[in-house]
Ligand binder design. Structure first.
Ligand code: FES
Ligand SMILES: [Fe+2]
Length: 406
C-alpha cells in the first residue's frame, strides 16, 4: 500500500514589485503635488541591482578627501558595490584609484572582515597570499618563484587603474570608461556654490564608519531635507537652523542645493559683531553674507555635503544591499584650524555635537526602513521643505529613462 505524503506548503513569497513606474510617476508631478516613492524602491533586490549597474557602476562616486592621503604611500581602502578599491598617493604625488584584485589568482589584497585598516600607509602593495608585490602606481615589482613561468612579461602586469578625478579636494572614481568628466557635470555646482568654501584647502579631522540597516536613499533623503529639524532635531539643529526658513534652489539635472538660514538673532549677532561666533576659524574664502546660512548639497547621485562657515560635513554613502548601506560621516575644517591652542577640546565638543544629531538621524532612518516593509505603508505627500527629495526623484527617473526602462 502506498502512503500519500502531503505536499509541503511553501511559505508565501515576499511581495516584490518593480518601483520604476511609480518613481517615474512621482517625478513627473509638479512640486506642489509631490509624493514619496513606492516602498519597493527601498526593498526590491532587483531595483537595488538596477541602481548598482545603472548608477553606482556608471556615475562618479566620491571615495575620499585629499587630506586623508597627504603623503606618498598613504591609502584609503573602500568597496564600491562589491568592487574592492584602493585610493593611493604615489611617489609622483598623483592620486590613483587601483583595483585591490591581485593579478596572480585574484585575491582581494585587503579583504573586509580580516583586520585590514580602512586607511594607512605602505611603501609597496603586498598580496598576502603568495607575496606578489606592486608599487604605488599598481605596477608589479615582485613575484617570488615565477622564474620558470614561460612567455610571461612581468613588466606588463599591473593592478587595474580606474578612472578618477579630484573635484574640490574630493577623490571621485567611475567604473565606467564612457562617463563624461566630473568637472563638466559638477561645473555649476562648483562655480556657483561649493567653490566658495575652497574645500581642497582643508583637513578632514574626523571620520566614523556606520553599518546601517536601511536603504541608501533613506539616508540621502533624510540628509537633504530640513523639515525634520522641527521633529527629529528639535533640541540639536532646530534651535539655530529652524526648518521653517529653509528654501531650495531651482532644480538642476546634476545637483540639488538647499539654504538653511541661521535663526534671526544669530544673523543679527553676526551682522553687528562680525563672524567670530563659530568654534573653528571660518573658511577664509567666504564673504560675510555666506556666513548667515548653512547649506546642504547633493551632487547626483550620492555626493552629500552639509556646510557651515567653519566646517563641512561630508557623508560617504554606499549601498551594501537592498536594505543596508555603509556610511562614513566626516568633518572637514579649514587648514590651520589644528593650530588653535584649544583645538582638541573644541574638536571633541563639535564631534560630540555631530554624533548627537547623527544619532537622531540614525533612529529615524532605521525606523523609516521598517515602514517600507510594512503593509501599512502608502505613498505620502511632501512638504515644500522637502523639495530636494523631489529633485532626487527626477534624477532617478532620468536614470531609469536613460537605461531604456521607462
Ligand atoms: S593571489 Fe596574490 S599573490 Fe597569489
Ligand atoms: Fe537630520
Amino acid at each position: 500500500m502506498t502512503t500519500l505524503i502531503p505536499p509541503t506548503v511553501a511559505p508565501a513569497p515576499i511581495k516584490i514589485s518593480d518601483p520604476k513606474p511609480g518613481i517615474l510617476e512621482a517625478a513627473s508631478k509638479p512640486r506642489e503635488l509631490s509624493t514619496t516613492l513606492p516602498s519597493t524602491a527601498y526593498t526590491d533586490p532587483a531595483f537595488a541591482k538596477f541602481e548598482e549597474n545603472e548608477i553606482f557602476k556608471k556615475e562618479w562616486i566620491s571615495l575620499a578627501h585629499v587630506s586623508q592621503i597627504p603623503n606618498p604611500g598613504d591609502f584609503v581602502r573602500v568597496d564600491l558595490c562589491g568592487e574592492p578599491l584602493l585610493v593611493v598617493r604615489g611617489k609622483d604625488n598623483e592620486v590613483r584609484v587601483l583595483s585591490r584584485v591581485c593579478r596572480h589568482r585574484g585575491m582581494d589584497l585587503m579583504p573586509s572582515g580580516f583586520d585590514h585598516p580602512d586607511c594607512g600607509h605602505q611603501r609597496v602593495i603586498l598580496c598576502p597570499y603568495h607575496l606578489w608585490s606592486y608599487d604605488l602606481t599598481g605596477k608589479l615589482v615582485g613575484a617570488p618563484e615565477m622564474q620558470k613561468a614561460a612567455c610571461w612579461d612581468r613588466s606588463e602586469v599591473a593592478l587595474h587603474t580606474f578612472r578618477s578625478e579630484i573635484w574640490e579636494g574630493f577623490i571621485f572614481v567611475t567604473l565606467s570608461p564612457d562617463t563624461p568628466p566630473l568637472s563638466e557635470k559638477y561645473a555649476r555646482l562648483k562655480d556657483e556654490f561649493v567653490g566658495k568654501w575652497d574645500i581642497s584647502n582643508a583637513d578632514l579631522v574626523w571620520s566614523q564608519h556606520w553599518d546601517c540597516e536601511f536603504n541608501w536613499k533613506i539616508l540621502l533623503e533624510n540628509f537633504m531635507e530640513a523639515y525634520h529639524h522641527m521633529g527629529a532635531h528639535m533640541k540639536t539643529l532646530e534651535p539655530f537652523l529652524p526648518a521653517r526658513g529653509c528654501w531650495t534652489e531651482p532644480y538642476d539635472p546634476n545637483f540639488s542645493a538647499m539654504h538653511l538660514p541661521l535663526k534671526d538673532s544669530l544673523k543679527e549677532q553676526i551682522l553687528a559683531h562680525g563672524d567670530a561666533i563659530n568654534p573653528f576659524p571660518n573658511f577664509p574664502t567666504l564673504k560675510l553674507e555666506d556666513k548667515l546660512e548653512w547649506w546642504v548639497f547633493l551632487g547626483f547621485p550620492n555626493f552629500l555635503l552639509f556646510t557651515a562657515p567653519d566646517r563641512v560635513y561630508w557623508y560617504r554613502l554606499l549601498p551594501t544591499g537592498p536594505e543596508t548601506c555603509s556610511l562614513l560621516t566626516t568633518m572637514i575644517v579649514p587648514k590651520g584650524t589644528k593650530d588653535l591652542p584649544d583645538y582638541e577640546a573644541i574638536k571633541a565638543k563639535e564631534v560630540a555635537g555631530g554624533i548627537a544629531f547623527h544619532m537622531e538621524d540614525m533612529e529615524v532612518c532605521t525606523a523609516t526602513q521598517r515602514g517600507m516593509r510594512s503593509l501599512g505603508y502608502a505613498q505620502g505627500r511632501l512638504s515644500h521643505l522637502e523639495e530636494p527629495m523631489w529633485h532626487f526623484q527626477k534624477y532617478l527617473a532620468t536614470r531609469i529613462e536613460q537605461a531604456g526602462q521607462g
